[in-house]
Design a binder for this molecule. Structure first.
Ligand code: SF4
Length: 495
């Protein structure tokens, strides 16, 4: 049977759909990010149901049982059904909310945790359900999409489901989508019955694909997706010209300008470090601070007066060296907001403003820090404006400085700090930490804020978050030192 999520795998790569349906055992476990996303989706779904007090929640266990319960409920008189399951023509789906109309038709309501209708994804999602329900003999009068209202303001009490959501009538868009999607489903059904895996079609989804090890087992090394930032349209265009792996490319001019440096590095096995980068790093005035923030953007606001998805920075870390040539140990400063009853933004900004007073340069990796300060400034948080001005004036974005201008083979296809750091300084590792990335930092801070979390657990979370953020800025200092010590221009690859 084809579910919505299986169909979504077919869109980018038919082979991935084949693996997902024929070899699901090869799929990796869900990542902490994916699990957290599912958890918030469930919480939003439960809140949305509060708007339908007469609704009946149907069991979602084994498919046969769920289908049987739904069939009985449809024949009954419940005005609203939650999680009704339908199957027809090799498709299966579950509906968030089905509202019974007086004329025997139904209104299908899909609940989304975002703040707007996202086209075409959300429309396709509902159209898939529409196709299954129609084939199962259910008459739908209209389709609605219920999503979080960005203007909702949290008053500190239980979330008010009546004002937390807004909904849009998407009937016209769904009706338009149904014929197109019906046609698109034909090859998907055919693939379900295909015994052999389809041929490999080069794309960029291989980067994060669970099935890559098996799928690429007999393919030549060096897929085009290893060029950082290359998009799927470029990969497909190159494939149509017979260029399927990096070795098939004969001159850099066959690639777009943004991919040429990485191609030259990979094909020549020579790393390239932009000489201007080294000069810029040498000239940064001291004291130099290396700074990083952690923040939550919760769908369900945690503090009084906050709105859904409002960014709330709760932690900063700063390593400071006196000047570019200093051999002194860096000084570490940090702040982690631990008062669960107070908006973290005020103390975050005040302590950070104090901490960066002596810094003549501030180094960060990506525009996340400046964007966060802009939000604080716009929200009128004290010192938000001053911090924003300072970061705009003396800030140095190391990511922006290297992206597309410096490339080492050991970056392994990405300028993410998680790829660049081990290339520049393999001795630094997050592996011994309990918190190893920003997504987990967000989750554990949300656990910290949870009123049911014990004091003992909270103390452990504080230690874990401080250790993580400390390493993040120490790593940035290590990147700075590593690039400063690199051979300018072309150098033999060290990987
Ligand atoms: S590794 Fe690439 S080609 Fe293979 S299934 Fe995954 S996305 Fe498709």
């Amino acid at each position: 049977m084809i579910t919505k999520s299986l169909f979504q795998q077919f869109r980018p790569c038919a082979k991935r759909f084949w693996y997902a349906t024929h070899r699901p055992d090869l799929a990796k476990k869900l990542s902490p990010d994916q699990l957290a996303y599912m958890k918030i989706g469930q919480a939003i779904g439960e809140l949305a149901r509060q708007n339908f007090p007469t609704g009946v929640l149907l069991p979602t266990g084994p498919q046969e049982m769920a289908l049987a319960h739904t069939a009985v409920a449809v024949e009954g008189d419940a005005p609203v059904l939650f999680e009704a399951t339908f199957a027809a023509e090799e498709l299966v789906t579950r509906c968030d909310i089905l509202e019974r109309n007086a004329d025997g038709t139904w209104t299908l309501i899909e609940v989304k945790s975002g703040v707007r209708v996202k086209e075409p994804d959300h429309i396709e999602d509902v159209a898939f359900q529409a196709i299954v329900l129609r084939a199962a003999g259910i008459r739908i009068r209209d389709y609605r999409l219920m999503h979080v209202d960005r203007d909702y303001t949290h008053d500190g009490g239980p979330y008010d489901a009546a004002t937390l959501f807004t909904s849009a009538d998407i009937t016209g868009l769904v009706m338009e989508m149904i014929p197109r999607l019906t046609a698109d489903l034909e090859p998907v059904r055919a693939m379900l019955h295909q015994e052999e895996a389809p041929a490999f079609e080069p794309n960029t989804y291989c980067r994060d694909c669970d099935f890559r090890e098996n799928c690429h087992a007999n393919l030549p090394e060096g897929g085009l997706w290893k060029l950082p930032g290359i998009n799927v349209n470029s990969v497909r265009k190159l494939a149509s010209q017979g260029l399927r792996v990096i070795d098939d490319v004969t001159t850099a001019e066959q690639l777009s300008p943004s991919n040429r440096l990485a191609y030259r590095v990979i094909s020549g096995q020579q790393d390239f470090t932009d000489p201007d980068l080294i000069k810029q790093l040498e000239r940064l005035p001291g004291p130099i601070g290396f700074v990083d923030f952690e923040a939550i953007d919760p769908a369900l606001p945690k503090f009084v007066g906050h709105h859904p998805y409002e960014r709330v920075p709760f932690q900063w870390s700063l390593h400071v060296i006196p000047d570019a040539d200093s051999s002194q140990e860096p000084e570490w400063r940090d702040y982690l907001h631990t008062d669960v009853n107070q908006d973290p933004r005020v103390a975050f900004a005040a302590t950070l403003w104090e901490a960066v007073q002596d810094c003549a340069s501030l180094v960060f990796y990506s525009d996340y820090e400046v964007a966060t300060l802009k939000m604080l400034k716009d929200a009128g948080v004290p010192y938000g404006q001053e911090l924003y001005n300072k970061f705009k004036t003396v800030g140095y974005d190391l990511y922006k400085a290297i992206k597309g201008k410096t490339y080492w083979t050991s970056f392994n296809g990405s300028y993410s700090i998680k790829n660049v750091l081990p290339a520049v300084n393999p001795a630094i590792s997050y592996k011994s930490l309990n918190v190893q990335n920003g997504a987990v930092a967000v989750q554990v801070y949300e656990e910290y804020l949870d009123p049911t979390t014990s004091d003992e657990k909270r103390a452990a979370i504080v230690d874990d978050l401080r250790a993580y953020c400390q390493l993040d800025t120490y790593a940035m200092l290590a990147l700075y030192q590593g690039f400063r010590a690199a051979v300018p221009g072309w150098a033999p690859a060290n990987a």
